[in-house]
Design a protein around this ligand. Structure first.
Ligand code: TMP
Length: 195
C-alpha cells in the first residue's frame, strides 16, 4: 500500500500521517513514514533549496520532480519492494495543485515528466485534508518554523484549495476529508477507509 496525505499548508496532514503510522505500528504492519519534498538524503537537500529560494515556476517544478526522483528511487520503491507500506506526506498531487493549478503549468506536462522518469503518477490512496482556508492560513503563519511558502496571500491558498478539490473528482483513490473536526475524528475516518 502506498498512501498519501495532501492538503494546503496548515491542515494537519503531517499530524494525521504520523497518527496513521502509529496505528500501523500497533497493527504490526511494517511501513515507512516519509515526506515530500524530501524523504531521502539528496531530496532533503533539494527541499532546503526550494524552501529558501524563489525559483521560476518551471525551475521549481523541475526541482520538485528531481527531489521526487531521488525519493522514489532511494526510499519509496525499495520499501514497496520489501513489502512494506509507504505513508507519504505530500506527493504528485502537491505538484499538480501548486505548480499546476496555482502556477499554471500544464498538468499533462507534469504527468509526462513523471512518465519519462518512470515515477508513478498514482498511489493507492490519497487523503486530501480540506480545512477552512482562513484557519489553515492562520495556522501556517503562526508556526514556530516558517518557510517562504507560509507567507503567500489568500488567493494563492484558494487556487491550491480549489485545485485539490478538482483533483479529487478525477479518481476513486482520492478521499476528501473534512478537516474542520477534531484530530481524533479525522483519524478515525481515515482508518475506516483503509481497514
Ligand atoms: P511542506 O508542507 O512539507 O513544508 O512543503 C513545503 C512546500 O512545498 C508546501 O508549501 C508545498 C510545496 N510543494 C510544491 O509546491 N510542490 C510539490 O510537488 C511538493 C511536494 C510540495
Amino acid at each position: 500500500m502506498f498512501i498519501v496525505f495532501e492538503g494546503i499548508d496548515g491542515t494537519g496532514k503531517s499530524t494525521q500521517a504520523k497518527l496513521f503510522s502509529e496505528a500501523l505500528t500497533r497493527k504490526n504492519i511494517p511501513h515507512v513514514l516519509t515526506r515530500e519534498p524530501g524523504g531521502s538524503s539528496a531530496a532533503e537537500n533539494i527541499r532546503s533549496l526550494v524552501l529558501q529560494h524563489e525559483f521560476l515556476p518551471i525551475t521549481e517544478l523541475l526541482l520538485m520532480i528531481a527531489a521526487r526522483n531521488e525519493h522514489w528511487n532511494a526510499t519509496i520503491q525499495p520499501a514497496l519492494q520489501r513489502g512494506e507500506w509507504v505513508i507519504c506526506d505530500r506527493y504528485i498531487d502537491s505538484t499538480r495543485a501548486h505548480q499546476g493549478f496555482e502556477a499554471g503549468i500544464d498538468l499533462g506536462l507534469i504527468n509526462q515528466l513523471h512518465e519519462l522518469l518512470r515515477i508513478p503518477t498514482k498511489s493507492d490512496h490519497v487523503f486530501i485534508l480540506m480545512l477552512d482556508i482562513d484557519v489553515a492560513l492562520g495556522r501556517a503563519r503562526s508556526r514556530a518554523q516558517q518557510d517562504r511558502y507560509d507567507h503567500f496571500d489568500r488567493p494563492y491558498y484558494e487556487k491550491i484549495y480549489n485545485g485539490f478539490q478538482q483533483l479529487a473528482a478525477t479518481g476513486k483513490h482520492y478521499h476528501l476529508i473534512d478537516a474542520n473536526r477534531s484530530i481524533e475524528d479525522i483519524h478515525q475516518e481515515i482508518l475506516s477507509v483503509i481497514f
